[in-house]
Design a protein around this ligand. Structure first.
Ligand SMILES: Cc1cc2nc3c(=O)[nH]c(=O)nc-3n(C[C@H](O)[C@H](O)[C@H](O)COP(=O)(O)OP(=O)(O)OC[C@H]3O[C@@H](n4cnc5c(N)ncnc54)[C@H](O)[C@@H]3O)c2cc1C
Length: 410
């Protein structure tokens, strides 16, 4: 550093690159354990802007527990729609859904709704409000990390404006194309599906009664997910070319294309906001850790939204890493040391790789119009539907209640 370079900011326990969704959750979880955190994001503040991100998330029961423990849920509860039932069916445009369908009802497990739907803008606003009240977290927005260096007892990052920050451990929460992982030399397994998700919110005449619908069409799944009021979030996965064409339509033309696949069960439809598109693919970091570095969220694993599990898996990383770092700190260990980070990787890597590959297989099985496959999967759906213990097992899995739960999710 030269004498006229900007002064280094004070050292923190943890530096988090990425202030999307996993990053803020981790910052709050670590601050709650008494750690000082710098949360850095290249974007300016976007919370509350409905034009920034059109996604709505199915947050599993375990994720809601985490947000409750972090004090975020209290800010969101009024905007969150409980998911009381999920209906899954095989369908083709213009045809009635297959009679062999699968229906999940939250009343089949004692813990209550298996999940809630929340809109991105509300979730980000709730995170921002909680961060603003947390003195142990320094939030730097509009600050891109361009370099990082791990040493024997600390790690540092350099921002695009030349400032440096130091901490004991660096966390990459910087999304699917994680520069933090790349700079640490961590490779990725990635492939595209040739599918793009077109998402939007629709308003409808009749109430959805908290029911989510997943319809499997030959070109990809269509999810109709209940939001507060007579509104639903649409995630329409289509082949890339078709998705591009759907995005180019006027609102009225788009609704004309949507109506035959959506059906008429919710009455008259209208658009409630802009359309967004997201190219779909799988990406899995070859390691979740490196020297003084851990990856969480999409930086570690980006998956197909078919089962609505991407963010839920990211929040489980957050809760697991918070447990591991808090325990290490209580025992007087170096929180950026290899044995500590190794415990995190062992906890999360196998589970997330299995989940990402399961969503991959699920998408391939259902985005296919082969007749024998259609018959096999319809029989499979019908079979699960007729076996209550199997159905309950699916609901518990979707609610995130299985496996080794971190303390923030218990
Ligand atoms: C259509 C669709 C529907 C989905 N539905 C669901 C659902 O129902 N349920 C569910 O659980 N999941 C769902 N997901 C998945 C979910 O959206 C993602 O898992 C989640 O958004 C990932 O959050 P993240 O914080 O890990 O990453 P991101 O949200 O990608 O955040 C990364 C952040 O890092 C910042 N950044 C990047 N590089 C730098 C840098 N060099 N310096 C500083 N900052 C940087 C970026 O600005 C960004 O803010 C869906 C995904 C899609 C595409």
């Amino acid at each position: 550093m030269t004498s006229d370079s900007p002064p280094a900011l004070p050292a923190h326990d943890v530096l988090i690159v990425g202030g999307g969704l996993a990053g803020p959750a981790l910052a709050l979880a670590l601050a709650r354990e008494g750690m000082s955190v710098a949360l850095i994001d290249s974007l300016p503040a976007v919370a509350g802007n409905p034009r920034f991100d059109g996604r709505s998330y199915a947050l599993a029961l375990a994720s809601r527990r985490l947000l409750t423990n972090l004090g975020v849920w209290a800010r969101l509860a009024n905007q969150a729609q409980p998911m009381l039932a999920i209906k899954v069916a095989d369908g083709r445009p213009g045809e009635a859904p297959s009679p062999l369908h699968l229906a999940f009802d939250h009343a089949e497990i004692e813990e209550g709704p298996m999940g809630h739907m929340v809109e991105d803008r509300h979730l980000r606003a709730a995170f921002d409000a909680s961060l603003a009240e947390q003195a142990r977290v320094t939030v730097l927005r509009g600050a891109a990390v361009v370099a990082q260096e791990a040493g024997p007892s600390s790690v540092s990052v350099t921002l695009a404006d030349g400032r440096h920050l130091r901490g004991c451990v660096l966390v990459g929460a910087d999304g699917r194309e994680s520069g933090t992982a790349r700079r640490a030399g961590i490779g990725r397994m990635s492939w595209g599906y040739g599918q793009t998700a077109v998402t939007c919110t629709v308003a409808h005449e009749r109430p959805h009664r908290g029911t989510a619908f997943q319809l499997f069409l030959p070109s990809g799944p269509l999810a109709i997910l209940p939001l507060i009021g007579n509104r639903s979030s649409i995630v329409w996965s289509e082949k890339d070319e078709r998705a591009k064409a759907l995005m180019a339509l006027t609102d009225e033309e788009f609704l004309t294309a949507l109506r035959p696949v959506f059906g008429s069960f919710l009455g008259h439809l209208s658009l409630d906001g802009p359309r967004f598109s997201y190219p779909l693919g799988l990406t899995l970091a070859k390691s979740f850790i490196s020297a003084r570095l851990a990856l969480v969220g999409d930086a570690a694993h980006g998956m197909h939204p078919i089962a609505g599990q991407g963010l839920n898996a990211g929040l489980r990383d957050v809760a697991a890493l918070a447990d591991v770092l808090a325990e290490a700190r209580a025992r007087g260990e170096d929180i950026g040391g290899a044995p500590v980070l190794d415990r995190y990787a062992k906890w999360r890597r196998f589970d997330t790789a299995t989940l990402a590959l399961a969503t991959d297989g699920f998408n391939r099985l259902f985005s296919n119009d082969s007749r024998p496959l259609r018959i096999a999967r319809d029989l499979g759906l019908g079979l699960v539907n007729r076996l209550p213990p199997l159905r309950r097992a699916f609901i518990r899995e979707a609610a995130g209640l299985t496996g080794d739960l971190p303390s923030l999710m218990r």
